[in-house]
Design a binder for this molecule. Sequence first.
Ligand code: MGD
Ligand code: MGD
Ligand code: SF4
Ligand code: MO
Length: 732
Amino acid sequence: MKWSRRDFLKVVAGSGGIGVIGATQVDRLLGLGRKPEGKPIYVPTVCEMCFWRCGVIAKVVDGKVVKLDGHPAHPQSRGKLCARGHGGIGLLYDPDRLKHPLIRVGQRGEGKFKKASWDEALNYVAEKMLKIKETYGPESVALFTHGTISTYFIHLLWAYGSPNLGMPSYALCRGARDIAFKLTFGAPVGNPERADLKNSKVIVLMGFHIGENAHNSMCQEFAEAVGKGATVIVVDPRFSTAASKAKYWLPIKPATDLALLLAWINVIITEGLYDKEYVAKYTEGFDKLAEAVKEYTPQWAEKETDIPVSLIIETARIMGKNKPSVLIHPGRHTAWYGDNTQRVRAIAILTALLGAYGRPGGIYLPPKNPLSEYGFGDFCGVPYPEHQKPEINKGPYPFTEEEGVIPEIIKATLTEKPYPIKGWLITGTNLIKSTPNQRDTIEAIKKLDLVVAVDMMPFDHVLYADVVLPECTYLERYDDIFVVKERSIGLALRQPVVNPMYDTKPGWWIAKELGVRLGLKEYFPYNDFEDFLKAKCEALGLNFEELKQKGYIEIPGTANPYINESSEVKFKTPSGKIELYSKQLEEAGFPPIPTYTKHEQPPKGYFRLIYGRVPVHTFSRTTNNPSLWELMKENAAWLNAKVAKKLGLKNGDYVVLVNQDGVKSNKVKLKVTERIRPDCVYVPHGFGSFSPMLKRAYLNGADDQQLITRYAVDPISGSVGMRINFVKIEKA
Ligand SMILES: Nc1nc2c(c(=O)[nH]1)N[C@H]1C(S)=C(S)[C@@H](COP(=O)(O)OP(=O)(O)OC[C@H]3O[C@@H](n4cnc5c(=O)[nH]c(N)nc54)[C@H](O)[C@@H]3O)O[C@H]1N2
Ligand SMILES: Nc1nc2c(c(=O)[nH]1)N[C@H]1C(S)=C(S)[C@@H](COP(=O)(O)OP(=O)(O)OC[C@H]3O[C@@H](n4cnc5c(=O)[nH]c(N)nc54)[C@H](O)[C@@H]3O)O[C@H]1N2
Ligand code: SF4
Ligand SMILES: [Mo]
């Protein structure tokens, strides 16, 4: 059966789904009384409406972007875009954009600014940064960053001499997953994830809601697999869009997934359903694993998870029968409870037992990379200075990486221990929405000598900035070349589709201008970004003009999806094998095989607060986008129908959520539904902005982060579990 765009839409459209941005809407955005009539030109570029980074073909008429389509050759778009990708035009022409540099005149948080020139604003920041360096040392400046702008600002931070970097995409997102996969297989699962979805016969999604989580080619491959008859098993306390495509929906009691995984491993081993040859050849520690999981019987797991024994056994058998083409998706946002690394380790172990790592339909292998590593830092050829003080950003977590644990930096700022942090650079992340315990974040800001926000939109955190530096959008700028690591290696170029509007500048320019003012000129040896791009292309053996014209170039002969059984395979773990039993964890004082820990369940009268994605928005960043706002203006809190009846609440009622610490949400509409367990409330993430500078997003529903005053940090990875908060419901 051949899958068409319509079938793709069916998957993605499950819950309000994909939206098509109408032509009249574009006209309105452009402020045109009529459609542009000139001859269209088509410019290839790369999307940044989320971090899947699809290839885009932009249609430009009379200097205006009138349409965005998926790049047909780019493996992550395959000729299609999701609603958010189409909605890039709404970002470009959003009248609420930051239009020129700003310097604060009121109190931090008040959002009162005066217009400034770039020179004034950059000099202000550089002066303060030099002062902090002189008084406290460079380590006292921290950077919070997300997205492509990170390339330039991490370079600037390291050149300045600070290690204190925090990326929300790490400890608040995929950090635990990367570490668990490295510990087990010697390599992270990658971005895009190396999930061989289109060839899977069984797909297991644990709290991973494809369709609402709208990563483009992943949705396309999921649709393809479903079309070919793959069995889908969805483990989620909520009947997600993916659950509507599933044969099995297992409405698990939240926080107990590790019990289910251990029981599945138990059944696979006791019933001899594992891939014996693969396990013998490629793995280490099987006997110890078999011994350790004996206690985790399906009978035991039923009590923990609320999933009947018969279903635990039946689903395990289906996996065993279809091995190795079984994809147990490792997830992406894996920051759930305090044991995230061990939970994802259990997924990795189950994957290995089924022989699914490096086999069709499981996790494919990384492509062969013939390219020399040529990062942004390599261009200048000047080494970074050594920092003189310990890094705060990694906390006490032995396996965490340089991308850091944001709450550790916030804690240090508050306590001034082990040393004071006095400056924050915030680039491309809405720290207020992405980070738990907003009160701590706001209190920490009060202690700072400098807060800088480099953003496109006046989101919540911008209100607290001393200086606001407006970046132009991805449609108006060059960025560093993307090395795409899908099944093959490819190179993709983001290039300006139109000239920057207003007095906005690209991130590479802002970082360079700051660098020059900080006396770090040798780290930024370019005038124009094309100098850098051309040098990089040369180093990579590529023709820049060809890349500009095509937008995406694949490097032939780099695909390496499956294990070649006839040659020796070495995993990049200490033993060279897949480590079911992890000596690295043992040596660091952690259980070498995942063990189950119980988490607290909601007290009487309270519900567990869970959250997730909606297909037409990316976190908070799109909530003011005129096109996407029209598709979904505010969020609604999901509540089980029987519970609602008991509480005397109806669908559409406005309520306030109050958490265990007495913190109240904005008023939010109630979605009364059978599609959620009675012990949970589900709030789509990213809504409820309190920035009055956003005409559409201002107070548009509830902000889940406001209610996340508590978090549980995973002692292995520093992953910040945010699903340990409980709420009760009051009528608004
Ligand atoms: N409660 C809760 N917290 C979460 C999550 C959750 O689901 N619930 N999800 C977690 C996850 S998985 C992640 S990855 C993080 C995401 O965290 P963030 O990336 O911080 O998410 P956003 O809220 O979208 O904030 C993005 C900010 O960057 C700006 N921005 C967007 N594009 C650009 C650009 O090109 N240039 C510049 N300069 N600025 C830009 C936007 O205007 C916005 O202010 O949040 C994490 N935190
Ligand atoms: N449209 C859209 N797509 C996106 C994004 C976006 O902002 N918008 N963001 C992208 C990014 S950076 C990331 S990290 C991914 C995140 O996407 P996912 O990795 O899929 O993560 P979440 O959005 O946190 O997933 C929430 C799901 O977990 C379920 N859940 C809650 N608690 C539990 C539990 O204890 N057990 C189980 N089994 N399930 C539970 C919720 O009901 C919900 O269905 O999405 C990416 N794709
Ligand atoms: S998945 Fe959608 S928003 Fe993300 S990069 Fe692709 S088109 Fe853009
Ligand atoms: Mo994420």
